[in-house]
Design a protein around this ligand. Structure first.
Ligand SMILES: Nc1ncnc2c1ncn2[C@@H]1O[C@H](COP(=O)(O)OP(=O)(O)O)[C@@H](O)[C@H]1O
Ligand code: SF4
Ligand SMILES: [Mg+2]
Length: 359
């Protein structure tokens, strides 16, 4: 996940130390690496302006309140790898995905790709695969048109013949036939529609795909096929994925690196296998406890009780303290800083104090 090709190493260490001291976002989990970086977020925060009534309101009028959906998120995604973001509904995953895709602008912080600001990226260099393939396709368009339209904004291919060939190539890549290109979305299954969405996302030869819950709306029987397709495409095309999901087994299957998000903030981040085999943050541990496959990891099963607090009115101190079984007085007043534990960064007073046990 970490790559620091555009900054001197001393700077990274300085920034990591600063982040730890200030309780801001993690700088990196593996500072020693220097490999091409496909996506870099630095202290990215996003506020929505919301009316008191709860209705969405995009301009900040006098009666609008600020809802902090993403809170000082920093990470780097290494080329050709998958970084997954996991957390409960409402924790800010989709907002983060849209920020990384350039569909939203951060209120604070910087997003770069290959060392460049996201705003300077050409159309089609970063594409998104959405949760709902039914809503993502225009029902009036044949599949072929949905895919070929993705080639239009960047002017990638000039001749009609080239567009036709490229569209057919993308459909074959995702396991569809040229004949499927003549169909309308309603003539396809959910899995086939998601394949079309992936073909459309691939058309402009992106380096990075942002997948926001790409299998959540699909039947369980086809979820694995889509996940395998994404993995095969990654291997064949050298793609990088920012993969968003609330489904831990799916995340384990897909990820090289993992960021666990709670109320807009990353609370634990590092190599996925390190976190799955030895979760440290109480929230991560309770999330894993809620999945039957992972319960063998701890002796006693403890449930994640209650709902997350509203990001409109976040609790002081550690945002997880109202639900945390090992919260102390310190947790109720002081926001935990990130501390490094082997190759994983964790924001938790108990972990820092060496009293991580919850079971
Ligand atoms: N357009 C919007 N305007 C105001 N608040 C929003 C908007 N979209 C999402 N939110 C709020 O931002 C928070 C994060 O939402 P979201 O990014 O969709 O989380 P997730 O994808 O993890 O479910 C939630 O509290 C949600 O209600
Ligand atoms: S900082 Fe405190 S409240 Fe927050 S997760 Fe750690 S122990 Fe729980
Ligand atoms: Mg979402």
């Amino acid at each position: 996940m970490s790559c620091w090709s555009d900054m001197p190493r001393e700077h990274h260490q300085h920034e990591a130390a600063q982040a730890q001291a200030s309780g801001s976002s993690p700088a990196s989990t593996r500072l020693e690496q220097a490999v091409p970086c496909v996506l870099e977020l630095r202290h990215v925060t996003h506020y929505y302006a919301v009316r008191k009534s709860g209705l969405w309101h995009f301009s900040s009028g006098r009666r609008a309140r600020k809802l902090r959906a993403v809170d000082h998120v920093s990470f780097t995604l290494q080329s050709g790898t998958t970084l997954s973001v996991v957390g409960e509904s409402g924790c800010g995953k989709s907002t983060l995905a849209r920020l990384a895709a350039g569909l939203l602008s951060p209120s604070e912080g910087v997003i770069r790709t290959g060392g460049r600001r996201l705003s300077s990226v050409r159309a089609g260099e970063i594409n998104m695969v959405f949760q709902n393939p039914y809503a993502a396709l225009d029902p009036r368009w044949r599949v072929r048109r949905s895919v070929s339209e993705a080639l239009r904004p960047g002017g990638f291919l000039k001749s009609r013949r080239a567009v036709h060939d490229r569209t057919g190539e993308c459909l074959s890549r995702v396991g569809l036939s040229p004949a499927d290109g003549e169909k309308y979305p309603h003539q396809l299954s959910g899995g086939q529609r998601q394949r079309v969405c992936i073909a459309r996302a691939l058309a402009s030869s992106p380096r990075l795909l942002i997948c926001d819950e790409p299998t959540t709306a699909l039947d369980v029987s086809v979820q694995a096929q889509i996940l395998n397709l994404l993995r095969d495409l990654q291997r064949a095309l050298g793609l990088s994925y920012l993969f968003i999901s609330h489904d831990l087994p799916v995340v384990r299957y897909m990820s090289d690196d993992l960021a666990v998000m709670y109320l807009g903030r990353i609370v634990e981040m590092g190599p996925a296998e390190s976190i799955f085999s030895a979760p440290r943050h109480p929230y991560t541990r309770l999330l894993l406890e809620s999945v039957p496959d992972f319960t063998a990891m701890t002796h006693r099963r403890i449930r994640l009780a209650g709902d997350p607090p509203s990001p409109l009115d976040p609790p002081p101190g550690c945002p997880f303290h109202p639900r945390c079984p090992i919260a102390t007085a310190r947790c109720r007043v002081a926001k935990p800083a990130y501390t490094q534990h082997e190759d994983v960064l964790v924001a938790c007073h108990a972990v820092e104090e060496g009293r991580g046990g919850i079971g």
